[in-house]
Design a protein around this ligand. Structure first.
Ligand code: NAD
Length: 244
């Protein structure tokens, strides 16, 4: 068993997850980077950090979510922080009900909601043994609480993540804290083409800029230190929620 606390960040080969992996490493944690497709980028990120590994797994698959946690524990002997960051969407105008088919719903809920659940369920027995208290941070979205987001299935998936966060905080205390971070528009590969929304954010939101992945990582690091906070969903949106 390593002396360092261990963080598992799902979907961390790019964007917000990669920034969280770098930040937790800088905070002195051993880090497990995960993704399902961009394996090379995930391996490169892990190789660039002092004590990190890459593990490929699709969190929407129950056996793979379990194997992911088993691999972390086989490698390090402990798990202290789980960040459920892996997520997918499909850009669908909210009024286009026909485009949001059952398959689209199943794909998005399968990763964002069931993937979060499955990875958490696999991690809980190990998080309970964390000497400082285990912690789960779910990466939600402003779309979970405001009438916004790239599609209705995506927004609903994040609303479900918010409520799962509160319910699990009640169920898993006092050994494990469960919180969520809900970003607004963040500059990642995911949002590269969102030109119209970017312009609106830069022109109208109180902080007049699109967020950086490091802005989200900063709040995850703060929650990791905030030992009396559980069941909370923290917006990181430059004040965008004041307008929608
Ligand atoms: P991104 O595309 O850079 O990262 C998504 C990551 O999830 C990738 O590493 C991808 O490989 C991984 N992933 C997807 N499906 C997976 C699966 N089944 N199993 C394991 N990994 C999987 O995008 P991002 O913007 O960094 O998004 C990260 C999280 O932040 C998502 O949950 C997203 O909903 C949330 N978010 C992003 C924004 C934004 O503006 N970028 C805003 C709000 C919320």
């Amino acid at each position: 068993m390593t002396g360092k606390p261990v963080a598992l960040i799902t979907g961390s080969s790019s964007g917000i997850g990669a920034a969280i992996a770098r930040r937790m490493s800088a905070e002195g944690m051993a880090v497990v980077v995960n993704s399902v497709r961009s394996v090379e980028a995930g391996e490169e990120l892990a190789a660039s950090l002092p004590d990190a590994r890459f593990v490929r797994a699709d969190v929407s698959d129950e056996a793979q979510a379990q194997q992911l946690v088993d691999d972390v524990v086989a490698q390090y002997g402990r798990l202290d922080l789980l960040v459920n960051n892996a997520g997918v969407t499909r850009p669908i105008p909210h009024a286009d009900l026909a485009a949001a088919t059952g398959d689209v719903w199943r794909e998005i809920l399968g990763v964002n909601v069931i993937g979060t659940w499955q990875t958490t369920a696999a991690a809980v027995p190990w998080l309970r043994r964390s000497p400082g208290g285990g912690h789960v941070v779910n990466i939600s979205s402003i779309a979970g609480t405001r009438p916004a987001g790239s599609s209705i299935p995506y927004a609903v998936s994040k609303a479900a993540v918010d409520h799962m966060t509160r319910l699990l905080a009640g169920a898993l205390g006092p050994d494990i804290r469960v919180n969520a971070v809900a970003p607004g528009l963040i500059d990642t590969p995911w949002t590269k083409g969102f030109t119209e929304i970017r312009d609106r954010v830069e022109a109208t939101t109180p902080l007049r800029r699109v967020g950086a992945p490091e802005d989200v990582a900063e709040v995850v690091a703060g929650l990791q230190r905030a030992g009396y906070t559980t069941g909370e969903v923290v917006l990181v949106d430059g004040g965008a929620h004041l307008l929608i």
